[in-house]
Design a protein. Structure first.
Length: 363
């Protein structure tokens, strides 16, 4: 009989990411390889990927990826979209049948542009119209779920192990300058297609390993600003918090990290005066958005990635580099699968964001 310490017990879900700072296109099979040594971190109840720079021919249009439970739902949803957007292209997302992925919904994508007349009549900018459309469809249209809504990016997710999800969506046919990936091991929420990671809104995508004990407080605050948490998972609220802080409050990614993984008050008091003033302001104004509990997250956005641990670093995350590429994962083994000769491997400190952006002029 094996004793304690002789059995490997993975600490929750698997996350991984890669980005080229020169915006070189990375094929989807690279990020898939990263998930293989972390197979035991998930249990087949959710896997997914987000990719940036994969739709260059439609880069000026919002790419809606949508799950439908039946054709009639797709038709009614499409009619609603036509009232707000010009649909430039509409098609099924290519998939391949494999035994490991079952009960798939109808999976469609639309490349759309907001109608100027709608923007004028509703007095909204393009991004706000998209956010309101996503919230309305996901909460009011039974059987339809927009799971990706950014420009020149897309999310691909399902119930299954991440390696199988990659095969199902034919990710080897895509290439992007940045990828994130997730293997899910849900502990207190159901496994369903919409509950798989990444969670996205506009161009921001979030993959998460951990558990948010502050979920109710975070949710109550964010829902005061038009967001609706309806997907039966705590990770959803992180995505909306980041949209609120970055898009609506105009914070930088580093400032947003100082909100959700705020330093302890005792730490703030020891800092230089200007830094102390800034962090005191952020902790005071956005106190309801402090995320407590163990977590490691990777957020993708146009032109970059941000990785962040909770301030106590209760979940593993490592970073490595090789030439212009930066790799992030729950385990070093995953980085080595993407780049065997990765250098400068290190584990970021708790609460310290790792922010990587594409170099100016390359995007």
């Amino acid at each position: 009989m094996q004793k304690e310490g002789q059995v490997r017990i993975p600490s929750g879900c698997a996350i991984a990411a890669v980005i080229s700072k020169k915006a070189d296109r990375i094929p989807g099979n690279i990020i898939t390889e990263a998930m293989k040594p972390m197979h035991d971190r998930s249990n087949g109840l959710g896997g997914g990927f987000a990719a940036y720079g994969i739709y260059p021919e439609y880069k000026d249009f919002y790419a809606f990826h949508i799950f439908f439970d039946q054709r009639a739902t797709r038709k009614s949803c499409e009619q609603f979209l036509k009232e707000r957007f010009e649909i430039m292209k509409s098609e099924m997302i290519p998939t391949r049948k494999i035994p490991a992925i079952t009960d798939e919904p109808i999976i469609w994508r639309y490349f759309v542009a907001p109608l100027k007349s709608v923007l004028l009549s509703m007095q909204l900018d393009e991004n706000e119209l998209v956010v309101r459309t996503v919230m309305k469809i996901n909460t009011e249209m039974d059987g339809a779920y927009i799971f990706s809504s950014g420009k020149n990016m897309g999310t691909f997710k399902a119930v299954g192990f991440p390696e199988d999800v990659s095969t199902f969506y034919r990710l080897e046919d895509y290439a992007g300058y940045a990828w994130t990936a997730h293997g899910r091991y849900p502990t207190n929420t159901p496994g369903w297609w919409g509950g798989a990671h990444p969670f996205t809104l506009l161009d921001r995508s979030v993959v998460h390993n951990g558990e948010i004990s502050s979920y109710d407080a975070n949710r109550r605050f964010i829902e005061m600003f038009g967001y609706h948490c309806s997907l039966q998972t705590d990770t959803e609220v992180i995505t909306y918090i980041m949209d609120y802080l970055l898009r609506l409050q105009k914070l930088t990614p580093r400032e947003a990290a100082s909100v959700i993984a705020a330093p302890f008050w005792s730490t703030i008091q020891k800092l230089p005066e200007e830094q102390k003033k800034t962090l005191t302001y952020l902790r005071t104004i956005f106190s309801s958005l402090l995320i407590t509990g163990p977590f490691s997250i990777i957020m993708g956005f146009t032109g970059g990635l941000m990785a962040l641990n909770d301030r106590l670093k209760l979940r593993s995350m490592v970073v490595g580099e090789k030439e212009d590429k930066v790799f992030i994962a729950s385990e070093e083994a995953a980085i080595r699968m993407m780049e065997p000769d990765a250098e400068n491997i290190y584990a970021p400190a708790g609460g310290e964001p790792v922010i990587v952006t594409v170099e100016e002029g390359h995007l």
